[in-house]
Design a protein around this ligand. Structure first.
Ligand code: NAD
Ligand code: IPM
Ligand code: MN
Length: 363
């Protein structure tokens, strides 16, 4: 029996709907595999907390979360109440940076039973991971406004690339590629237009490649790469990208693979000096929040990634297998949510997956 302490932060909007769904599947899997979990739920990193306290997180958030083995996170952002840059820099982005979660690992797979909006694409055609740099790059708070309110008003925001920051995420991406059968790494660049930081990124990609002779590496400018996601998603195995490019690709990929609603992500501190954070790729989806129809699969897949990270690969694979089994039934047989062309609810789909966790034989 192994025990893990997990901090649970539902956040805003559909975060509050998909997190309980994720926990149901997590509990079913943990009890099947004899894994003991201690879960503590926190209400901060939400617009409700902001309304009560005027900040997104308590002053001691870092000490509080540091004691956990992982954070299971929903989504944050409710622009009607607090501007997005304030809520995100006051919570999720601060957590990623403070805990040095410099890898954002975002798998993208066309699952059996899920329809891709791309013509004639089948499971197997889309199966790649995006490795997104997660603590620097275009997401910097370096910059500012000058001459405000005048004709000379000027706004600057710097991209920051450090050798340590770039190399460590590239190393992780090459290691991922080296472990996969295709052993291919695609680097997202834009060194034709972004003339300082992106040529540097390309140099570091080439340099790091010297340590991974078994990995084939290519690069594409981000504009062409985005087009290739749509035209030839089968070309991709591991994609490594800067913070902003990785953000965009990790919404585009899941959209090509049917829906953003099933996409998971792991914000990882590979050295394990700090807890890693597991959250779906999607946000709080104000347009569907409160209707009970959010797809819980992204959050449930996060539970699988978290179990893997915590050292339970069999439990993780079992849970992912249960997700696949239920999706494969299709909207006629399973309570799939509307984004998967079904009529099911968040609760019904989560229940079906948790039931499947209990029923299916271990791998
Ligand atoms: P979003 O991901 O919340 O929604 C984009 C679209 O996808 C919407 O039409 C939504 O209904 C749909 N969608 C998203 N998740 C779904 C699910 N599980 N099931 C079915 N449909 C789903 O992106 P947005 O609208 O740009 O952002 C809304 C808020 O969330 C903003 O405040 C934004 O800053 C925040 N956000 C937070 C995170 C995060 O916490 N990691 C990520 C992205 C956006
Ligand atoms: C994501 C989100 C965040 C990001 C936003 C909400 C700041 O889009 O996790 O992909 O850009 O990293
Ligand atoms: Mn995003």
């Amino acid at each position: 029996m192994s025990g893990h302490r997990i901090a649970v932060i539902p956040g805003d909007g559909i975060g509050k709907e998909v997190v309980p769904a994720g926990l149901e599947a997590l509990h079913a899997t943990a009890s099947r595999f004899g894994i003991s979990l201690q879960l503590d739920e926190f209400g901060f990193a939400s617009a409700d907390y902001w309304q009560r306290h005027g900040t997104m997180m308590p002053a001691d958030w870092e000490e509080t979360l540091r004691g956990y083995d992982a954070v299971f996170f929903g989504a944050v952002g409710w622009p009607e109440v607090v501007p997005d840059h304030v809520s995100l820099w006051g919570s999720l982005l601060q957590i990623r940076r403070t805990f040095d979660q410099y890898v954002n690992l975002r798998p993208c797979r066309l699952m059996p039973g899920v329809r891709s909006p791309l013509a004639d694409r089948e499971p197997g055609d889309i199966d790649f991971v995006v490795v997104r740099e997660n603590t620097e790059g275009e997401y910097s708070s370096v910059g500012g406004r000058v001459f405000e309110g005048t004709e000379r008003e000027t706004v600057l925001q710097e991209t920051v690339m450090t050798r340590t920051g770039v190399d460590r995420v590239l190393r992780f991406a090459y290691e991922q590629a080296a472990r996969r059968p295709a052993r291919h790494l695609m680097s997202a660049t834009k060194s034709n237009g972004i003339s300082i930081s992106m040529p540097y990124w390309d140099e570091r990609v080439a340099e790091m490649g010297g340590r991974f002779p078994d990995v084939r590496v290519d690069k594409l400018h981000i504009d062409a790469l985005a087009a290739q996601f749509v035209l030839h998603p089968d070309r991709f195995d591991v994609v490594v990208a800067s913070n902003l490019f990785g953000d965009i690709l990790s919404d585009l990929g899941p959209a090509c693979a049917g829906t953003l609603g099933i996409a998971p992500s792991a914000n990882i501190n590979p050295e394990r000096d700090h807890p890693s954070l597991f959250e779906p790729v999607h946000g709080s989806a104000p347009d569907i929040a409160g209707q009970g129809i959010a797809n819980p699969v992204g959050q449930i897949w996060c539970a699988s990634m978290m179990l893997e990270h915590l050292g339970h690969p069999e439990a993780a694979a079992h849970l992912l297998g249960a997700i696949e089994d239920v999706l494969a039934l299709g909207p006629a047989e399973a309570p799939l949510t509307p984004d998967l062309h079904g009529k099911g609810t968040t609760v019904e789909l989560a229940r079906a997956i948790a039931d499947r966790v209990r029923e299916r034989s271990p791998i």
